[in-house]
Write a protein that binds this ligand. Structure first.
Ligand code: NDP
Length: 246
């Protein structure tokens, strides 16, 4: 038995990278996982693989830009497993590039997924957490928000907005019902570069990733650490980056 065993955890962005690694690790440690993302084939395969290894997992098509999809994700968790203990709001895209590119579409997409997507998750999960008397919100933000670098301004802004409203929610939730955790990864080897439309920036980031990125499993372990604490202990922020990252 682990402290994670028996918990019901919904994860957005579970079809690859950090979300997938988190789903695998939590399921291995005995959680029931509810997997949300848009690429349903990948989700179905992952859910099947977890079940084949003796774990509990279901897939649920989710576009975090749509509030009703988050409601469905949370409803599925409760319908299948009886409750929702943790929502890991992890889905994200990085349409990075110089602001002078005026990529209004990319900016809006990041706001829709990285920022609104997390708010939609809060709106769906909070009533369930309050009804149950406890719950935990984990979000994947970024070290980009801690150190603003060229080409990442709007991406960083979406991540910092999440960090800000999560802290506000924490301040409003001192009755012991809700725990909040913001996890800030640095460079992690995932498919995130696929969402980068600016070819020059994408190649630059890929080179950096090849050079120094850490594995998504490292972030999964950090998320598991926050979840496995007793409910009266809240891990508010975790920064996890390659040791050699500046
Ligand atoms: P991946 O690209 O591997 O994973 C991103 C996940 O988000 C995918 O599962 C994707 O699934 C999902 N996603 C994207 N758009 C939507 C949407 N509209 N609705 C639902 N799901 C969506 O990259 P990572 O694992 O790296 O990214 C996970 C999080 O970590 C992101 O929030 C990212 O910003 C953050 N992060 C990553 C870092 C890194 O270096 N890799 C560093 C710091 C933070 P699908 O396309 O199937 O919908």
């Amino acid at each position: 038995m682990t402290a994670i065993s028996g918990k019901v955890v919904a994860i957005t962005g579970a079809s690859s990278g950090i979300g997938e690694a988190t789903a695998r690790l939590l399921a291995e440690r005995g959680a029931a996982v509810v997997l949300g993302a848009r690429r349903t084939e990948r989700l179905d395969e992952l859910a099947q693989d977890i079940r084949d290894r003796g774990g509990r997992a279901i897939a649920c098509a989710t576009d975090v830009a749509r509030p009703e999809d988050l409601e469905r994700l949370v409803d599925r968790a409760v319908a299948e497993f009886g409750r929702l203990d943790v929502l890991v709001s992890n889905a994200g895209i990085a349409k990075i590039g110089p602001m002078a590119d005026l990529d209004v579409e990319g900016w809006s997409a990041m706001i829709d997924v990285n920022l609104r997507g997390v708010l939609h998750g809060i709106a769906a999960a909070l009533p369930v957490f309050r009804r149950q008397g406890r719950g935990h919100l984990v979000t994947t933000v970024s070290t980009s928000g801690l150190k603003i670098v060229p080409t990442q301004a709007v991406y960083a802004a979406t991540k910092n907005a999440v960090r800000t409203f999560l802290e506000g929610l924490r301040q409003e939730s001192t009755d012991g019902v809700l725990r909040t955790t913001a996890v800030s990864p640095g460079f992690v080897r995932t498919e995130l570069t696929d969402s980068m439309d600016n070819a020059h920036v994408r190649e630059q980031i890929r080179r950096t990733m090849d050079e120094l990125a850490i594995a998504p499993e490292a972030v999964a372990r950090a998320i598991a650490f926050a979840i496995e604490q007793p409910h009266d202990v809240e891990i508010g922020e975790i920064t996890i980056r390659p040791t050699v990252q500046g």
